[in-house]
Design a protein around this ligand. Structure first.
Ligand code: SF4
Length: 872
């Protein structure tokens, strides 16, 4: 087993001591390893949350791809260690390491930390501390890594600013390589850290917090943000002006374990200029820039081939505004329907949810529909500039139910500025009206309503507005819960305390860094995870650092107040945001500037920085960009291309022509994959190898592959099996070769044969499992043969079995067919399977051999070496 930079024993112990070892394995398909001798700069790209939350983050994948194109740079990944891993690292005195080379974080030259949401701030402290990196920027010296942040929280990074050497405000992909090269030059010269940071300020979008000092008034608000470097009074954000030409990975990493967005994400558009007044992303990512449909199709084709994944998600803040959406969907479904690839769209504006789009999306799989009306009445939707009429919403609901969906998820906020009782209860009215529409089509119609509390964000018109207190939000949630208590409706709220803490840090200032450090000392970690958030510890941290969280959350700011983020994103005019706040009071509606008139927010220079949209032209002409102040409205020609799929486009599964049984290994680190993760990994490998495996019929077609019964996590195996149903003949030896070419280390097909007679499933036909066990542990004293003889002679062998929360006494003797000591401390074990109900784990036999405790066998290596099936 290889932990690269770690000793094999420590690596194995770490994996055995944590709940989800798959989070730390690395070695995924398309992850990059390089020869360290050829590399001059080592970069750690950090996502400060658990692997399954961060793996699918598109921004990190883009940077990973760009940096690794340079042969002299090796970018690796680091995710926040879950609390069990943090404790294990501490126990073994091992610093946090990267996924690829298992190198300690402190040994990297550049650490790039994604700042996706505020509630990961304590995880950043964990990562730097357990990685052996000085937390405070002022404490780092030449030889320490340069720590750079970036992401949506970079627009107000003040609570964590003093942990960073620099923060990239805006799009990072055109900056990252030149910053890395600057850091390489600094590393290989006598240049001082300060000189490096000064040089970095010359790049648009780079914020160096140590070149600013903040003075506070007696009332706690900011008096002045003082620049300390001449000519560096504020930061303009970095903007990718030609998204179509910007780098985008075509071979994204394929996760080994189940992650939150386990699909290929293709960003079709960046920025949204609808002007929703609550939405920070709508302001900080302006202007609206689209990728051409040709580029999108190229990314989709190459990513599917390189990953074997079966789902593509078209990403954008408002995907319905992507001008070529319908013809693009048509092309993608026409191309990939036969491969059972589904295309999903994120939450879509209701007026863009046309019947054509709905029909396209359901062609392969019926992914759920999520709609985000945000507010409960047209009045409030106008106030926040969302503007959807209730009729539009209900028309979309009708379309979705008519097309066969049974469930629609609605997403709302409560606590928006100037919210009335009628606005709040409008949420319940809309949910009930939608349910009534659904029931016209199916008695089982369901509406799920998610309601969070509004958190005002920097660089939005509501940045001056107070956030509701937790008590006020709780009362509103209670009212809605009561109004929505009925069959067919589920009501769910977002954590009150989470929204409150998010409110503190999203509009926070530098003084909060001390509170973060204290909260971390008090055990706060993974604050966006319900089961981890410890609000009492947070309250103590605020009290002990002398800060009142309400000062940041529930206070209204005056127009002339200096806001902690005023020196950042200086293109966005503060006066424009204030006028928008006033406009909201008058329910004045502002137009989408890609189709209507420019409202002069300050972001575009109208030379390079401006809205860029594509329109789809018929036949041979390519889609064309329209770099104008206004989006070109849809023409007759493109409407005609956006035809709905015909009825005869319904997929017919081809018949099975060949059944193959293959044997495969699961060795080394692969033994730490769960059964489900192993199945997904094999499915994707079969796809990459272009093996024509059939699919079941129905709304959620499944690949016709079945695996032998699962082995416990950590048990290696040379004798796993899978049965495949193919729709075209493939010689077994060719299947072996093609699949082995794309499998990761530790997993390999060793045999394959065509099944000629009808055989029972692997699960039903398996009779025995054979294990080789190398018994290792502190308690080994040479008496293993006596223990084995005693066990064999016992008519009954009881162990205590703990599964989930249950513990019971089980006699495992009937399941042990044979057990022998074949060499010193080497056991040969044959267990029965499927002959009586239930089965046993090999570790339970060790448990029985060493009733005094696990010390005798905890370091044992268990390997399944064979399996016997009933005679075919
Ligand atoms: S400057 Fe005008 S066109 Fe550009 S994003 Fe702002 S409002 Fe839209």
């Amino acid at each position: 087993m290889s932990g690269a930079g770690l000793s094999p024993q420590i690596w194995k112990s770490l994996l055995q001591e944590v709940e989800k070892p798959g989070r730390y394995l690395g070695n995924e398909v398309n992850s990059v390893t390089k020869d360290p001798a050829q590399v001059r700069l080592r970069v750690a790209l950090v996502f400060p949350d658990a692997y399954e939350m961060g793996e699918s983050h598109v921004g990190l994948k883009i940077l990973y791809d760009i940096l690794n194109r340079d042969p002299e740079i090796w970018a690796e990944r680091v995710y926040a260690p879950w609390t069990d891993m943090e404790a294990a690292l501490e126990r073994h005195r091992v610093p946090l390491f990267s996924l690829e080379s298992k190198r300690p974080l402190k040994d990297f030259d550049l650490i790039g930390i994604t700042l996706p949401y505020e509630l990961v701030y304590t995880n950043i402290i964990t990562i730097l501390k357990s990685g052996g990196v000085p937390l405070w920027q002022k404490d780092r010296v030449k030889g320490d890594p340069v720590v750079i942040g970036g992401g949506s929280c970079a627009f107000n990074p003040e609570p964590i600013a003093e942990f960073f050497d620099a923060v990239v405000v805006g799009d990072g992909e055109e900056l990252i390589h030149s910053l890395a090269r600057q850091i390489l030059a600094y590393k290989e010269s006598a240049q001082t850290r300060e000189a490096l940071l000064k040089e970095m300020t010359r790049s648009r979008g780079v914020y160096v917090p140590s070149f600013f000092e903040v003075d506070y008034k007696e009332d706690g608000s900011v008096r002045k943000i003082r620049p300390l470097l001449e000519g560096y009074a504020g930061v303009a954000k970095a903007t990718v002006t030609n998204l179509d030409q910007a780098a985008y990975p075509r071979a994204p990493i394929v996760p080994n374990i189940n992650v939150i967005h386990d699909r290929i994400g293709v960003e079709v558009q960046r920025g949204c200029v609808r002007g929703c007044r609550f939405c920070q992303a709508g302001y900080i990512y302006r202007p609206e820039r689209q990728r051409s449909p040709d580029t999108v199709k190229d990314i989709v084709a190459k990513s599917l081939a390189s990953t074997g994944q079966e789902e593509v998600s078209l990403l954008s803040l408002s995907v319905g505004d992507y001008d070529c959406l319908n013809p693009l969907l048509n092309d993608l479904f026409d191309t990939y329907e036969k491969d059972r690839v589904s295309i999903s769209l994120p939450a879509t504006r209701t007026e863009t949810l046309t019947p054509e789009v709905i029909q396209q999306v359901k062609r392969v799989r019926k992914s759920g529909f999520t709609m985000a009306p945000e507010a409960g009445t047209p009045r409030m939707r106008r106030l926040i500039n969302k503007g959807n009429a209730r009729e539009d919403l209900m028309r979309a609901v009708d379309n979705v139910f008519r097309e066969g969906w049974r469930l629609i998820k609605f997403y709302y906020m409560c606590g928006l500025p100037m919210e009335t009782e009628a606005d709040l209860m409008g949420i319940a009215e809309e949910a009930l009206q939608a349910l009534a529409i659904g029931r016209r089509y199916t008695r089982g119609a369901e509406i799920h309503v998610g309601c969070s509390s509004f958190v005002p964000k920097p660089f939005t018109p509501f940045q001056w507005e107070p956030q509701l207190s937790m008590a006020e939000v709780e009362a509103k949630h209670a009212q809605l819960r009561l109004a929505l208590r009925m069959p067919g409706i589920k009501f769910k709220t977002h954590g009150l305390t989470m929204s409150y803490l998010e409110g503190v840090f999203s509009r926070g200032d530098r003084r909060l860094a001390r509170t973060l450090v204290r909260a971390h000392e008090l055990g706060c970690r993974f604050d966006e995870w319900d089961e981890k958030l410890d609000f009492a510890a947070w309250q103590r941290a605020f009290a002990e650092t002398g800060l009142d969280p309400d000062f940041y959350v529930t206070r209204r700011r005056e127009r002339d107040e200096v806001l902690p983020w005023d020196h950042l994103f200086v293109d966005m005019k503060k006066s424009f945001l204030w006028e928008e706040l006033e406009a909201s009071h008058d329910l004045a509606f502002i137009e989408d500037c890609s189709t209507g008139k420019c409202s002069d927010c300050g972001v575009c220079d109208f030379r390079k920085v401006l809205n860029v949209n594509y329109r789809y032209l018929p036949e041979t002409e390519k889609a064309q960009a329209h770099s104008t102040r206004g989006r070109v409205l849809k023409t007759e020609a493109e409407q005609s291309l956006a035809h709905p799929p015909a009825e005869n486009q319904k997929y017919q599964a081809p018949p099975t022509v060949q059944r193959i049984r293959a044997r495969f290994t699961k060795l080394g680190e692969a033994a730490f994959l769960s059964h489900l993760d192993l199945a997904t990994l094999l499915h994707r490998a079969l796809k990459r190898a272009k093996i024509p495996v059939g699919y079941s019929q129905g709304f959620n077609p499944a690949m016709r592959v079945s695996l032998s019964p699962p082995q416990p996590v950590g048990v290696e195996s040379e004798a796993e099996f899978m049965d495949l149903e193919l729709t075209a003949f493939v010689p077994p030896e060719e299947l072996l070769r093609r699949v082995n070419e794309v499998l990761p280390a530790g997993i390999a097909l060793t045999e394959a044969r065509t099944l000629t007679t009808k055989v029972r499933s692997l699960n039903a036909a398996m009779r025995e499992q054979v294990y080789a066990i190398d018994v290792r542990g502190d308690g080994i004293s040479g008496d293993l043969p006596d223990r084995v003889t005693h066990l064999k002679n016992s008519p009954e062998v009881r162990i205590e079995r703990r599964r989930a929360k249950e513990q019971k006494s089980v006699d495992i003797r009937p399941y042990i067919k044979d057990i022998e000591v074949v060499a010193p401390n080497q056991l040969h074990l044959v267990t029965r399977f499927g002959q009586t109900s239930g089965s046993i784990r090999p570790s339970e036999v060790l448990q029985a051999l060493f009733p005094e405790g696990t010390g005798g066998w905890s370091a044992s290596r268990i390997r399944k070496v064979d399996a016997h099936f009933e005679v075919e």
